[in-house]
Structure formats: structure tokens, C-alpha cells
Design a protein around this ligand. Structure first.
Ligand code: M6R
Length: 612
């Protein structure tokens, strides 16, 4: 989604802004822009581009400035075009904005009636005209921005600059924004990675905070206009993000790097189990033992790939803990009438911790009286983590490729720990079983490593596959969600239309699609459902369908001209989905590579979906 970088420093900050925007490219964008304040004249110069950040760098390369704001835009209101790109300007003020202003139509009418002329199709433009309007009767930009924010409904993170003022004013509500405190200046950004080259000292702004950044320091108030002491009311965090995490190294794409990091990040996520034979519920938070003891059901809320990890967890939780588990797409749950159960553990799963629908769904569950909330997240200080009573932080590290890979498998590892913990508390997982499950988890990184070694064979499949236009993914039981995830990965980065189905559903509809042009990818672990699955595969083969089967070493599926089989090194019981999904990630990656798509930044998609 959109990204913001803003800076006030004692030297030229244009290269920093360009670098910061480049680091935010992974979030997804379709245009970019910046407003520089000329140090001598105090005037603002704006550059906008519907190309990549590199175009903006080219446009602005002969300019210098010590205070400025910059933006990458992911279009919501108004097509991707130069006139809709940020910053938006009016009366010597420039604004960049992440989010959506829901009452922009009413504000636009009010401002038009006052004589303001709109030059874009965006919701954002009302912000700049409103600041200009209010600045006529307020002592400074800071106050005008604070007053403007009180009239905005919806989601925003904004940065504002004015001709003649040597400061930047920022505010946030619903969208992330943080401050960076540096030796040579002060900064703001929507993501700490944008500021990595100048500071690790980060201050997270809270809902409704307004802050003025200048060389002299930070002046800030909260949503109720109470002055804030930075470092006390808003603590300073030292970011542990490493430069290597945001660079590709020897890999061709972030997605490939992130796929290959999985053994390491799984080991990091599972580090706390060490050599233990038994788990403490405290790994989910200090009050987890008490909260879990009273839980009689689980509700998982998530979107996209995180939703798929929730679907796998449902099988684990119901089998190991014997309590009902429901998994809902967050954007659906938040708007439907449901039956609240205050004893239900509500689990929000999110890589970014910023997904607007997941955040809103947790708030909605709480408003229905469900206070037993757990965030399972990869971003420690994110809004979703802060919203929940309990937390488990996966240690996937920064995930830059839009297609989620290592975040998914680390979520699965964490959810397996949750299932064991709930099973133990409910008396269904014995000490012996628990020790076995922990042993399996400890071996998981090595098992994944062996799957990664299949890359050369997967590449050959990918070459055969790249001219296809459609694909069906089939799985059963625990591997049905993996079929959904395999299909999502393929469509996301290769733009091949793909659908995931539980194999038993085939003859209830999708079998009608099967012919020689509809390849069927099947996940065939050697589990209790294998014989059923084989019958489903026969149904495909006898209709001239071409099968690509990801089987376990001992699945005994026979190859033929139209049945291709790739054997994973070992069958891994309940944790088998973690291995099979890695093979599917590699498959999608290599299909996309052959097709030549923009793998890390697929068209129309954003890494963090901070709007509805
Ligand atoms: O950050 P989140 O885990 O909340 O994101 C949820 C989805 O937007 C995300 O998983 C999306 O589906 C990915 N692009 C899938 O690869």
C-alpha cells in the first residue's frame, strides 16, 4: 500500500527520501512523488511520476533540500496517474496521505463552496485544502493540521509541509506512522525500513497523535490535544531490523530469498522450545494460562495467506484440543451478525499486523464482548499486536515479496504450538505426545531444507507449465488449505488463473472443467486420506486431465505420460502441510520466473493492505 517518508535534517535529504521510497517499494505502489522545500526561497517544488521510484530519482537528481515529504501511492480513489499522485498541493502547502478519507465527498462540497478548486480525483485532496482553509485562522501549521484531523473520518497517516516553515507535521489514525530520531535530523515514515540508513531510534505514534518534526526536536500532542513527552509518553524503540533483511543478496528475487530462509526463520520462531519436553502457555503472554483455562472454542480471523494458515490450524486445534474452531475471513466477519461467545479465544493472524480488515475484525469481536484475544503476528509493535490481550510473535524477519512465504510457514509453526498448548490444558495431549510433537517441530527446519533441495526438479515442471492459462489445485484434509494457498501463490505472481478445491468436491462441479488443457496439481501425502485422493486423481486421469502430483516418498502413485509425480523426501504427519506448501511456493516462483512477471511486486497488489 502507500508509503510515506518525511525528513528535516541539517544536510541534503533528497537521496535519503529516494532511498526510503525505494525501501518501501515492496509495499506495492503505482505512482510516486515528493515535495522539496528550497532552502533559500522557502518555496516548494513538486515531482510526481507514474513510473517507478527510479524515475522520481532521475527527475529530482539536481535538487537539494533539508526538509521534504515523499510518497508512494497505491490507488484507491482515482486512477493511477500523475494528477492523482501525491503530494497534493494548495496555497503553499503539500500533503502526502496513506489511507482513505470516508467523508471526503462532504468535505469536498464544503470546500468547493468556499472557492477551493480540486485538481485530482483523490480523497486526499480535501486534506490539503482543509489545512489551507484552517491555517487562515490558526497560529501555525501544527494547529491547522491538528484541527483538520478532527474533521477527517476514515483512515489516515499524513505528512504536511508548508512554504517558509522549516518543519514537517505528521499525524495518524488507523494507518501506521512512526518517527525516527537521528543525529543529523528527525524523520517520519510509514515503515522503519525506510529510515534504516539514518536512524534506528523509532517512536511509534498512537491513534490521533499529531507531531511536528524539526531540527530542534519533536513537538507532539495526543488525540485530546494533551502535549506528549517523546521518550516518556511515547517510548523510544531501537529497531533491530538489519540491512541484510531488506536486501536480496545473491537471490534473483526477495520471494526466492524468503522461500530459502524458511529453515532459518522456522528455527528462530521455535527457538523458545529449545530442548524442552513440555511447553508453557506463557509463550503466548503472561495471562495465557488463566485465559486458556477458560476457553471453550477458538475463532480465527485473518485474510489471504494468513487465512489459509488459520484453516490448517482448525484441523490441528480440533484434533489435538478437541474444542470447536471456526476460521473466518476478517472482512466478512466484521460486517455480519454472528453469535458472540465470550469464552471463545479470538486469534488474529497477520504477517504485517497492519491489515485493516483483520484489525477491524478484532475490534469488532471485542465490541461483542469477546475479550480473550491473541495476535499471531510478525510485526512486534503493530496495531494488531497492540489491540490483542495475548501475543505470539513469529520470527520470520522482514518479508518483502508481496507473495507471503516464510510468514506463512512460521505462522503454521506458531499455530501448531497453540494447538498443542490448548490440547495439553484440555487434558487431550499427554506428556508423551507433547514431547513427540516438540521433537517433530525441532526437526522441521531440516525437513524443509530437504524440500528446498527439490528446486531443480520443480524448475522443470515450471517450464512445462508456464504456457497454461488455468489450473486446479486439489488437496484433502490438512492439505486442502494448502491447495488453496498453492492456487493463491500461482495466481498472485504468475497471473495464471488457479482454484483450490478439496479433492472430494471435484465431482460436485469442477470436474466439468477438466480436459487436456486444464492441468490439475494435487497434494498427495501418505496419510489416511491417500486412497480416497487416488480415486479422485483417477477421475481426472480418465478425463484426459494432466496431473502434477506432489506426493510423499512412499505415496505409491504411479507415473505415466500424463501423471507427473514429484516425491517429497519424507512424510511428516500433522506437520506435513509445512513441507508441501514449500514445494508449491517454489513451483509458483519458477512458473512466474519463466513467464517474466514482476515477482516481488505483482500488478495491482500491495504488501500491507491498510485500507478496506
Ligand atoms: O499482513 P497479513 O498477513 O494480514 O496479510 C494478509 C493478506 O493480505 C496476505 O496474506 C496476502 O494474501 C498475500 N499477498 C498472500 O501472498
Amino acid at each position: 500500500m502507500c508509503g510515506i517518508v518525511a525528513a528535516v535534517a541539517d544536510g541534503n535529504i533528497v537521496p535519503l527520501l529516494i532511498e526510503g521510497l525505494t525501501r518501501l517499494e515492496y509495499r506495492g505502489y503505482d505512482s510516486a512523488g515528493l515535495a522539496l522545500r528550497d532552502d533559500t526561497s522557502g518555496k516548494l517544488t513538486r515531482f510526481r511520476s507514474i513510473g517507478r521510484v527510479a524515475d522520481l530519482a532521475e527527475q529530482s537528481k539536481n535538487h537539494t533540500a533539508t526538509s521534504s515529504i515523499a510518497h508512494t501511492r497505491w490507488a484507491t480513489h482515482g486512477a493511477p496517474s500523475e494528477r492523482n499522485a501525491h503530494p497534493h498541493m494548495s496555497g503553499g502547502i503539500a500533503v502526502v496521505h496513506n489511507g482513505i478519507i470516508e467523508n471526503y465527498v462532504a468535505l469536498r462540497e464544503m470546500l468547493r463552496a468556499q472557492g477551493y478548486v480540486f485538481s485530482s480525483d483523490t480523497d486526499t485532496e480535501v486534506i490539503v485544502h482543509l489545512i489551507v482553509h484552517l491555517a487562515k485562522t490558526t497560529p501555525d501549521l501544527f494547529t491547522a493540521v491538528a484541527q483538520t484531523c478532527k474533521q477527517l473520518e476514515g483512515i489516515y497517516a499524513i505528512a504536511v509541509i508548508r512554504e517558509g516553515d522549516n518543519c514537517v507535521v505528521v499525524s495518524r489514525h488507523g494507518a501506521p506512522l512512526l518517527l525516527g530520531l537521528g543525529e543529523h535530523g528527525n524523520y517520519a515514515a510509514s515503515d522503519a525500513s525506510a529510515l534504516l540508513s539514518v536512524t534506528r531510534k523509532i517512536v511509534y505514534l498512537e491513534e490521533g497523535d499529531v507531531a511536528e518534526i524539526s531540527l530542534a526536536g519533536i513537538r507532539a500532542v495526543d488525540a485530546g490535544d494533551t502535549p506528549l513527552k517523546i521518550g516518556i509518553d511515547r517510548p523510544i524503540h531501537i529497531s533491530t531490523l538489519s540491512a541484510a533483511e531488506v536486501e536480496k543478496g545473491d537471490y534473483a528475487h526477495f520471494m526466492q530469498k524468503e522461500i530459502f530462509e524458511q529453515p532459518e526463520v522456522l528455527a528462530a520462531t521455535l527457538e523458545m522450545i529449545g530442548g524442552a519436553q513440555s511447553l508453557s502457555p506463557n509463550i503466548f503472554g503472561a495471562s495465557a494460562p488463566e485465559v486458556f483455562a477458560d476457553v471453550n472454542a477458538v475463532l480465527i480471523l485473518a485474510c489471504g495467506t494468513s487465512f489459509h494458515s488459520g484453516l490448517v490450524a482448525r484441523y490441528w486445534i480440533e484434533q489435538l484440543a478437541g474444542i470447536p474452531c471456526t476460521v473466518e475471513i476478517a472482512s466478512e466477519y466484521r460486517y455480519r451478525v454472528s453469535v458472540p461467545n465470550p469464552r471463545q479465544l479470538v486469534v488474529a493472524i497477520s504477517q504485517s499486523g497492519e491489515t485493516a480488515d483483520t484489525l477491524a475484525s478484532i475490534k469488532f469481536a471485542k465490541s461483542l464482548g469477546m475479550g480473550k484475544t491473541l495476535a499471531l503476528c510478525n510485526a512486534p509493535e503493530s496495531a494488531i499486536v497492540r489491540e490483542c490481550a495475548l501475543r505470539f510473535l513469529t520470527r520470520a524477519g522482514k518479508e518483502i515479496g508481496v507473495a507471503s512465504t516464510k510468514a506463512f510457514t512460521t505462522q503454521l509453526a506458531a499455530l501448531f504450538l497453540l494447538a498443542i498448548t490448548l490440547g495439553k490444558i484440555g487434558g487431550r495431549v499427554s506428556a508423551k505426545d507433547e514431547a513427540e510433537y516438540l521433537k517433530d517441530l525441532r526437526h522441521l527446519p531440516l525437513a524443509v531444507q530437504k524440500v528446498l533441495a527439490l528446486e531443480p526438479a520443480i524448475k522443470i515442471w515450471a517450464q512445462r507449465f508456464a504456457d497454461k492459462h488455468h489450473a486446479l489445485f486439489l488437496g484433502r484434509g490438512l492439505h486442502y488449505p494448502i491447495a488453496l494457498e498453492g492456487a493463491l501463490k500461482l495466481k498472485e505472481i504468475s497471473y495464471i488463473h488457479a482454484e483450490g478445491y478439496p479433492a472430494g468436491e471435484l465431482k460436485h462441479g469442477p470436474l466439468a472443467l477438466v480436459d487436456e488443457n486444464m492441468p490439475v496439481i494435487s497434494i498427495a501425502p501418505n496419510d489416511a486420506l491417500l486412497s480416497k485422493l487416488k480415486s479422485n486423481l483417477e477421475e481426472v486421469a480418465s478425463r484426459s486431465g494432466e496431473l502434477y502430483v506432489f506426493a510423499d516418498a512412499d505415496s505409491a502413485i504411479i507415473e505415466s505420460a500424463r501423471v507427473h509425480v514429484l516425491r517429497l523426501p519424507e512424510h511428516y504427519g500433522l506437520l506435513s502441510p509445512v513441507l508441501h506448501v514449500v514445494a508449491l511456493q517454489l513451483f509458483s516462483y519458477h512458473v512466474a520466473l519463466v513467464k517474466g512477471t514482476d515477482i516481488d511486486k505483482p500488478r495491482n497488489l500491495a504488501k500491507s493492505v491498510t485500507v478496506e
